[in-house]
Design a protein around this ligand. Sequence first.
Ligand code: SF4
Length: 362
Amino acid sequence: MPSLVDLDPPGLRDELSAAGFPPSHATHILRRFYARQGTLDTWPEQIGPRIARWLREQEPAPATKLHTRHESADGTVKLLLSLNDGKSIETVLMPAHRPGRAAGCVSSQVGCAMGCTFCASTRNGLDRNLRPGEIVEQFLHLQREAAAMDRRLTSLVFMGMGEPMHNLDNVIAAIHRIADPAMGGLGWRQITVSTVGIVPGIDALADADLNVHLALSLHAADDETRSRIVPVNNRYPVADVMAAARRFADRTHRIPTIEYCLLAGVNDSPLHARRLAELMAGFRAHVNLIPYNTIAGADYRAPEERATMQFLQCLRDANIIVHVRETRGDPINAACGQLRNLNSLELHAPVLVPSPGIPGEG
Ligand code: SF4
């Protein structure tokens, strides 16, 4: 039998029937499984000891295993997870300012083929797509981390390693299990799928009618600057990706987020800000300014605070909804791909923090 993270209620009903158990237990079993953050021990008495024992016998070993856990002073926790084929991925938990809540960030691929010049995830190219169960297990790891700090995981972004639109079928399958009240129960609106601008993927996500949010990593409003830092812009230029974001907004009635990573001397000038303001005119979207997170060996620098504030003010003067995203987890290399690269290159012994109360992890 596949793992419970790879089954939805109809699939589990089939498995139960084939094993001679009442299929009507499927929904209850999945709900309990997710409510207990993916653990199968000490449950579920209501469905009877025979089914409980059968489930425990059938459930394969997890597809992901905690390899390294880093925690920064601001409470951001970054997990390096090993996969069964020896690859590794990253997933991040960020405590929210509101007490009792936390946001998660998951990976969709091992590595990334997109080649964004400021990103550590792409340094070794794309290894492979993640399977739905490997994405769902990241969600379960994050739920357990959140519970260990007396918080609840209340939102999830696909902003870790990889381009989600290049693994969209598996991402959508995972979203169903994570969001559906009959399984993970996180809620559709609590999920954001980020893309560097794969136009057919944006349209396909709108067609999937999931009620999730879209984040578009724009990083520059003109093709010349954007192509320098986001090579896929040569295939899907600014006008095309913005048109796709507008179509998504029209179809789904969800307000997209435009992500803009500020790189000193590259895309953070007043002229770049004015171009972005012009591009956003008449488009109902949020702009998130993200001051670059400096990484060892990179060609880029974090912007001056004054440049960030000027950029922000220029957009505000144009009546654009804009925020500066707080940089989280610097001391633990929280930008995507940094931990994995650090680990694989063995530049430093990672700072290992004992994992409090994560069932099944050493
Ligand atoms: S920023 Fe995203 S899309 Fe670009 S290389 Fe990194 S992981 Fe891939």
